[in-house]
Design a protein around this ligand. Sequence first.
Ligand code: THU
Length: 160
Amino acid sequence: MKKLQLTTEYTLFDKIGELSPEDQELMKSAIQTRKTAYSPYSKFSVGTAILLDNGSVVIGSNQENAAYPSGLCAERVAIFSANAQYPKNKILKLAISASSSRKKVSEPVAPCGACRQSISEYEVKQNSPIEILFMGETGSVIKVSSLKDLLPLSFDRSFL
Ligand code: THU
C-alpha cells in the first residue's frame, strides 16, 4: 500500500485588470454573455466565452427549464456549440463569469463537475490543454492552464 499525492496549481488575480489583454477581452465577453442567461428559477446567471485557435469566440449562457434537469450550464452550452460550429478547431481557453440577482457574487465561481467532465472530453479530443478562467460578478479571477488541474484522475476514452 502506498499513499500518493496529487497537486494542482492555479493563478489568482486580484482583479480582471491584472489579466493579459487577450484574457481580459475573453472575460469581458463572458461577463456580457451573462445577460443572455435564461435563469428564472435560480436567478443565477452564468456566461462563458471560448477562444478558438482560429480567433473565433463562441459564447454560451445557462439555460434553465421548468423541468429542472432539462436545463444546461453555460459552459456546456458554449463548448457543445463550439464543437458543433468548429469541429476541426482547437479550443485555447474558456472564461466563465457568474452573478446572482439574490446576492453579490464576488468569489470566483468554479465550473460544476459535469461541466468539467464535458470540457475534459474536448481536451482529450484535441490533445492540447484548455485554459480555464473563472470569476464571480466582480473581484478576483482564478486561472488554470489545463482542465486537468480541476479534474484530476478523470474518466476518459482510454477506459473504453
Ligand atoms: N450553472 C452553470 O451555468 N455553470 C456551472 O458550472 C454551475 C451552475 C448554472 C446552472 C443553473 O442554471 C444555475 O447555474 C444554478 O445552478
